[in-house]
Design a protein around this ligand. Structure first.
Ligand code: FMN
Length: 276
């Protein structure tokens, strides 16, 4: 039925727009308010997740648990680590960097604080490498107990991000874990399989000073020298497997944390000699 001229039309085009606009405004205020409210919680959870990954790779946190073997909290266990900024080229500590806010992955995207890698150098398919990264160091009575380094590299579908932990001898792997990847569950995604991750414990990293981890379909005879550098390949996931092998050897090598590992080795030898 047509409305009389001059009467209020609730369903007019103008009112429809006003209601739609007000609804959008209210929704955007609610969404942005929620985002601002949740941001610190998300940041805390992200940091907690990183700490858990570092502790789990170092074998200090039981996988999937939020507590240490004696019921210690993640924060308590993580407090035993020094977080140091590392000049990857020299292996020296960089005191001018605020480690609480520094992000090496972000830094790798900034040409002023990173370098481009040549094809020959870039075995982990990173394209760019940050000048400064972070390392997590745990001392025990003045002697190095654990070194945890961030690792990343391309698998099949994207970059895998994780941590590699070494024992204080800087030769034996104490664990490897990934906190982010895009590999297929059941194939490349088996990088998260706890049994496979456990198989990294005790593997030797360096042969004649060179990072030499190999992911193999057929293991060398048990007890042989070759076998000590080997980890089982992931079945049906050749690309992910090669990606993991390459990234470990890249980050333990001269362009990665090799210079830091060399420096810590010399320091460790000096401290052990002094203790004798
Ligand atoms: C849907 C789909 C998902 C796959 N996901 C992965 C993966 O995450 N990682 C990987 O290395 N290969 C993956 N592959 C398999 C590769 O394409 C390739 O066939 C495999 O790496 C060969 O490994 P193999 O020599 O161990 O059989 C996937 C294949 C398909 C069809």
């Amino acid at each position: 039925m047509a409305e009389e001229e001059g009467t209020y039309n609730r369903d007019s085009l103008k009112n429809t727009f006003i209601v739609a606009f007000l609804l959008c405004l209210v929704c955007s205020v609610v969404v942005s308010g929620m985002a601002a409210f949740l941001k610190p919680i998300q940041k805390y959870n992200k940091e907690l997740d990183i700490k858990k990954n570092i502790l789990t790779s170092a074998g200090l946190l039981v996988e999937g648990s939020d507590a240490g073997p004696r019921g210690e909290s993640v924060e308590e266990l993580f407090a035993e680590f020094q977080v140091r900024a590392i000049n990857l080229k020299t292996g020296e500590f960089v005191e001018s960097v605020d480690v609480s806010t520094y992000d090496p992955i972000k830094a790798a995207k900034d040409p002023s604080i990173s370098i481009a890698l040549s094809n020959d150098e870039d075995i982990a398919t990173l394209r760019r490498l940050e000048n400064t990264s972070l390392a997590y160091i745990k001392m025990d009575n003045g002697v190095l107990d654990k070194l945890v380094i961030p690792v990343r590299g391309y698998g099949l579908w994207g970059t895998l991000y994780g941590y590699l932990a070494l024992e204080g001898n800087l030769q034996t792997i104490s664990g490897l874990g990934f906190y982010q990847h895009k590999e297929t569950p059941g194939l490349g995604g088996e990088v998260d399989n706890s049994k496979w991750k456990k198989s990294w414990q005790g593997v030797s990293l360096f042969a004649q000073g060179e990072p030499s981890v190999r992911l193999v379909k057929q293991r060398s005879s048990p007890g042989s020298r070759e076998a000590s550098y080997e980890v089982d390949a992931l079945s049906g996931a050749t690309f992910t497997t090669k990606g993991v092998e390459n990234m470990i050897n890249f980050w333990a090598g001269d362009l990665g944390f090799g210079p830091l590992i060399q420096k810590l080795r010399e320091k460790n030898a000096g401290e052990l000699a002094a203790a004798r």
